[in-house]
Design a protein around this ligand. Structure first.
Ligand code: CTP
Length: 408
């Protein structure tokens, strides 16, 4: 399984003249890192905020400027038509109030606004401006009109603005914009209207105020599952233990620390979910007692820590499952993988189980790649090897298949 839809795509980036144009070189790099081709158009005002040479050096192509529009030298290339025909998606970031006005009223008096009029592909607009400009009813009406015309207009982020005010008006980070573009291009929207709960990451079991027991889980597999199901249209909640992974954009993320906390949160979130995937590496044991004071060496040569078992979240969810709910677990194994996984599938009353080897240099913990086999009570359904996003896609394909077989 490969993420074919993500590969070799073509992006047209239109940059308008707002202070947040300073973020656009990073934005170009974000898409170049995906291996995409990027064409850029800068309005006259944009050239005051960001150098066309920076943009064209990073994109590896010329930056199209207002002076190219209908010009004697470049006009015959009809950039405002050919660029949108070439691109799979057009992104305007940042979009100014003037650009929104032109887009809302079909004004084609400059290269960028003429381009989007000619586009038959998705056009995503990320406005950024002063908080009062954004709130002005003229801008609100233009945003509304743009949305009615079928343009994707995204809300600016709240925060500190270059004009000195605080409020809504910031351009989202390049990573957030990348995620929205990817979601637009993902062709499978088979999870639309589906509510998905994912447990992710390690848990930490406290020993005393400065020490804990945990495991090597990075939370990458859970984040990939969250991202890819959100691309496919799902409404995603992720319960995660402490992880270095950035929270996946688009998902509701609930942070927990211990296995018991994850248990309580999962049990209260579960009843409203259609699909639950338990990717967390839950600590099986916690210290029998928590020492309020730091445990001292006191000259001791050894130290025995007594542990007691944590509750099994997957088994509890399996026992409390509501009709129609689909449950998927993971089996982290270092040997006898298939047999152990089959046992877990049955014991925890799961619909499917994803088996992965976690030992050795190729082990899944911390790695960007994974290699899994997906089982149900009838046997092996799929196997998948690749990036964690690719493996996550295969898991959602298996879930779709499983739900179909169950008539869901
Ligand atoms: N799991 C859970 N709660 C626990 C332990 C595990 O929800 N307290 C879930 C994991 O998220 C995974 C599945 O159960 O989806 C299997 O986890 P794994 O660690 O492979 O197995 P364990 O049940 O812990 O069994 P063992 O330690 O014997 O391998």
């Amino acid at each position: 399984m490969t993420l074919g839809w993500k590969k070799d795509r073509r992006l047209l980036l239109g940059i308008c003249g707002g202070i947040s144009a300073y973020k656009t070189p990073e934005l170009v790099r974000e898409f170049k890192k995906l291996g995409w081709e990027v064409e850029t158009v800068l309005t006259t005002a944009a050239e005051r905020f960001v150098s066309p040479l920076v943009i064209s050096t990073l994109s590896g192509r010329r930056a199209w400027l207002e002076e190219d529009f209908l010009s004697r030298e470049e006009g015959w290339k009809i950039p405002h038509i050919n660029l949108v025909e070439w691109a799979d998606v057009t992104l305007i970031a940042p979009a100014t109030a003037s650009f929104l006005h032109k887009a809302a009223w079909g004004d084609a008096s400059d290269i960028l606004s003429a381009s989007i009029l000619a586009s038959k592909k998705p056009v995503l607009i990320f406005p950024a401006m002063n908080v009062f400009m954004w709130g002005h009813c003229a801008v609100r009406e233009n945003v509304h009109r743009c949305r009615e015309l079928g343009y994707g207009v995204f809300e600016p982020e709240e925060g500190f603005l270059a004009c000195g005010y605080e409020g809504k008006g910031r351009l989202p980070s390049p990573g957030v914009i990348r995620e929205e573009v990817l979601r637009t291009l993902e062709p499978t929207k088979d999870m639309k209207g589906t509510r998905v709960l994912i447990t992710s990451g390690p848990t930490r079991e406290a020993i005393d105020p400065v020490r804990f027991i945990s495991n090597y889980s990075s939370g990458k597999m859970g984040a990939s599952l969250a991202r890819t199901s959100w691309y496919r249209g799902a409404e995603v909640t992720m319960i995660t233990g402490p992880s270095q992974e950035p929270p996946p954009h688009g998902s509701r993320v609930i942070n927990v620390v211990s296995a018991e906390e994850m248990y309580e949160t999962a049990m209260s979130e579960a009843p409203s979910q259609d699909i639950i995937v338990m990717a967390a590496a839950v600590g099986d044991f916690r210290p029998s007692s928590f020492s309020k004071d730091k445990i001292k060496r006191k000259g001791e040569k050894s130290f025995i820590l007594e542990m007691k078992q944590n509750r099994d979240i997957a088994a509890a969810l399996g026992a409390a499952r509501k009709p129609g709910q689909f449950l998927v677990g993971f089996a982290a194994e270092t040997g006898n993988a298939m047999e152990n996984a089959r046992e877990k599938l049955e014991k925890k009353k799961l619909d499917q189980i994803v088996v992965n080897e976690v030992s050795g240099p190729e082990g899944a913990f911390g790695s960007d790649r994974n290699s899994v086999r997906i089982l149900d009570s009838g046997g092996e359904l799929f196997s998948s090897e690749g990036s964690k996003d690719e493996v996550a896609e295969a898991i959602w394909d298996a879930v779709a298949q499983g739900r179909k077989d169950h008539g869901q």
